[in-house]
Design a protein. Structure first.
Length: 201
């Protein structure tokens, strides 16, 4: 995971240097901007089988609160979430854990350290978890310089995130080209059945 996070940082850092330089010319009173960085996933998952096999924890969560930190000018959002149900791993219902993701709302600085207007960074166009959000996530333990203590991160950066849509179906939160091949939005009961079948293989 440490290698993964460092490679991802390098990809994002080059993008951010260009963004920050461009922002330095903006009026300090301008409205919040929206930026999106492109990155290549260190490991790109092709199937639900692969995700389930690699996940240390598969859990249904509700996002309670969030904070955004910056590390080497790159924003990372740390979400504190409540565990509503578990389908793989050691977490229990009622546990509270932290999940770190690249991206979120932040205030970049220019070359002389001046605070610039707020930006929203979405890695490959995918937003981070949102406060009050309800998802099923496939997680691994995170190890990196950005944060200390027990922290998790979604597999495949965001491939391990499945968000409940307005109809109650679980939708994978990824760009079209990175969706796993054997999955279509389904309701929770069928999704959990698919997970449990794979966990017990």
């Amino acid at each position: 995971m440490k290698r993964k996070s460092l490679i991802l940082l390098v990809c994002c850092l080059l993008f951010f240097l260009s963004i920050i330089s461009a922002c330095g010319e903006n009026d300090a009173g301008s409205e919040q901007g929206l930026v999106g960085g492109a990155a290549t996933l260190v490991k790109e998952y092709q199937s639900l089988d692969e995700l389930v096999a690699d996940a240390a924890e598969i859990t249904e969560i509700n996002v309670l609160s969030q904070e955004t930190i910056t590390y080497q000018d790159i924003p990372f959002t740390i979400s504190t979430v409540s565990v509503l149900a578990t389908f793989k791993g050691t977490l229990k219902v009622g546990d509270t854990i932290r999940i770190i993701e690249t991206g979120g709302e932040f205030y970049p600085t220019d070359k002389v350290g001046k605070k610039l207007p707020k930006q929203t960074f979405k890695l490959n166009g995918i937003p981070v978890l949102e406060k009050g959000g309800h998802e099923i996530v496939m997680l691994s333990k995170f190890t990196g310089p950005q944060v200390e203590g027990d922290v998790y991160t979604p597999l495949g950066v965001y491939q391990g995130r499945f968000k409940f849509d307005s109809s109650g179906k679980l939708v994978q939160q990824v760009p079209e080209s990175q969706k796993i091949k054997d999955y279509k939005p389904i309701n929770k009961e069928k999704f959990v059945e698919q997970i449990k079948t794979r966990v017990h293989k």
